[in-house]
Design a protein around this ligand. Structure first.
Ligand code: SAM
Ligand code: SF4
Length: 327
C-alpha cells in the first residue's frame, strides 16, 4: 500500500480536517471581533466531497482524523461525518476539537457514531475569566458537559488551554486541582502568532519553558514519547489522575515529529499550519472516478513539504487566524 511520506522520512497517518471556518465564539486570540465571512469564500466541502477525501486519505494510511474548524459542531451533518470517518478502513481514532458549546446536547450521539476523542477548549476555570477570553459566559455548561462525558466513559478527553500572559497564567493551580481526581489531560498551548494577532501576541505570548520547569520541580514526570505521538510533551504525577501536555510550537523539536496534514473547510491541502502553499483538492473531489488522480496528487504534493515552519522569523504563512485553517 502507498503511504504518505515526505523527503525527510516523516509519515503522515494523521489528518486534521476543518469542517467550516465559521465560529460562534470570539476568543480574544483567534476571532476577537467574532467570525466575519470572507467575501467570495466558497461553501465548505459537502458530505459527499468529504467522503471522497476520507477514502483517499484512508487508502494512503490515515489512522487518525481530527475534525476541527472554526467550530465544527455548528455543522448539521457532523454526526454523519463522524460515522463516515469511523467506518473508513484503517481509521482507529476519530477526534473532535470543539469550544464545547454543544457538548451537553450532542456528545452522546457523536459517541454512538464512533467519536473516540474530544478536545474541548477551556482557557480558564473561573467563570468571568472564561467569559472575558471567549466572549461567552458558558464555562459552567461546558464543564458539566465534560463531567457527563466522563461519567459516560468517553474514551479520551482533553482540555485545551492557550497560555496567555496576564489573562490566564494565574489559573495553572486551578487546572492542577482539576486534574487531581479526573482522568483527563490538560494541554497548555503556547500562543501562536497568526496573520491578525500580532499586537496581541506581543502582549500575551508566554513561553512554555517556565511552566515546564515548574511542573518538573513539583514532581511532574515527563513521559517517554510514543513513536506516533503528536507535538505535545506529556507529563504525569503520581498524586494526580490527569495528565498535562505542553504544546510549544516555538521549541526546536516541534516540527521534527510532525505527522499531520491539514485540509481546510474548502478543501485546500495545507502541508504546514504556517505554510505558504494551499493545494486545492476540491476539483478532485467531484466524482468517485477521480480517486486515483486524487491519491497521486496527495503523494506528489508531499514532496513540497518543508522541514519546519518560519514562525521564529515571524513568518505566519497563509493563516490569518487558526479558525481559517483548523487549529
Ligand atoms: N473552535 C474549536 C475550539 O476552539 O476548540 C476548534 C478550532 S480552534 C482554532 C482549535 C484550537 O486552536 C483551540 O484549542 C484554540 O484554543 C487554539 N487556538 C486558536 N488560536 C490560537 C493561537 N493563535 N495560538 C494557539 N492556539 C490557538
Ligand atoms: Fe472559535 Fe475556536 Fe477560534 Fe475560539 S479558538 S474563536 S472557539 S475557532
Amino acid at each position: 500500500m502507498a503511504v504518505l511520506a515526505d523527503r525527510y522520512g516523516r509519515h503522515f497517518p494523521y489528518l486534521r480536517l476543518s469542517l467550516l471556518e465559521a465560529c460562534n465564539f470570539r476568543c480574544s486570540y483567534c476571532l476577537p471581533e467574532g467570525y466575519r465571512a470572507t467575501p467570495g469564500l466558497p461553501a465548505p466541502l459537502h458530505a459527499d466531497e468529504i467522503a471522497r477525501l476520507l477514502r483517499a486519505f484512508a487508502a494512503l494510511g490515515m489512522r487518525k482524523l481530527r475534525l476541527t474548524g472554526g467550530e465544527p459542531t455548528l455543522r448539521k451533518d457532523l454526526t454523519a461525518i463522524i460515522a463516515l470517518a469511523a467506518a473508513s478502513p484503517g481509521v482507529e481514532k476519530v477526534a473532535l476539537t470543539t469550544n464545547g458549546c454543544l457538548l451537553r446536547k450532542r456528545r452522546a450521539e457523536w459517541q454512538a457514531a464512533g467519536l473516540t476523542a474530544l478536545n474541548v477548549s477551556v482557557d480558564a476555570l473561573e467563570r468571568e475569566r472564561f467569559a472575558r477570553i471567549t466572549g461567552h459566559d458558558r464555562l459552567d455548561d461546558i464543564l458539566l458537559g465534560i463531567e457527563e462525558a466522563l461519567a459516560a466513559g468517553f474514551p479520551s478527553l482533553k482540555l485545551n488551554a492557550v497560555l496567555l500572559r496576564g489573562l490566564n497564567d494565574d489559573q495553572i493551580p486551578a487546572f492542577l486541582d482539576y486534574l487531581r481526581t479526573r482522568p483527563v489531560s490538560v494541554r497548555f498551548i503556547e500562543l501562536m502568532q497568526t496573520g491578525t494577532n500580532r499586537a496581541y501576541f506581543e502582549r500575551h505570548h508566554l513561553r512554555a519553558d517556565a511552566l515546564e520547569a515548574q511542573l518538573q520541580a513539583d514532581g511532574w514526570q515527563p513521559l517517554p514519547r510514543a513513536g506516533d505521538a503528536g507535538p505535545a510533551r506529556e507529563y504525569a504525577h503520581p498524586d494526580y489522575r490527569g495528565r498535562i501536555g505542553v504544546i510549544a510550537p516555538y521549541s526546536r523539536d516541534f516540527c521534527a515529529g510532525c505527522n499531520r496534514l491539514r485540509v481546510t473547510a474548502q478543501g485546500d491541502l495545507r502541508l504546514c499550519l504556517f505554510g505558504n502553499v494551499g493545494i486545492p483538492l476540491r476539483p478532485l473531489l467531484q466524482h468517485d472516478d477521480q480517486a486515483d488522480e486524487l491519491q497521486a496528487t496527495l503523494i506528489s504534493q508531499l514532496g513540497l513539504k518543508a522541514l519546519g515552519h518560519g514562525l521564529h522569523r515571524g513568518e505566519t504563512g497563509l493563516t490569518p487566524h487558526l479558525a481559517a485553517i483548523g487549529g
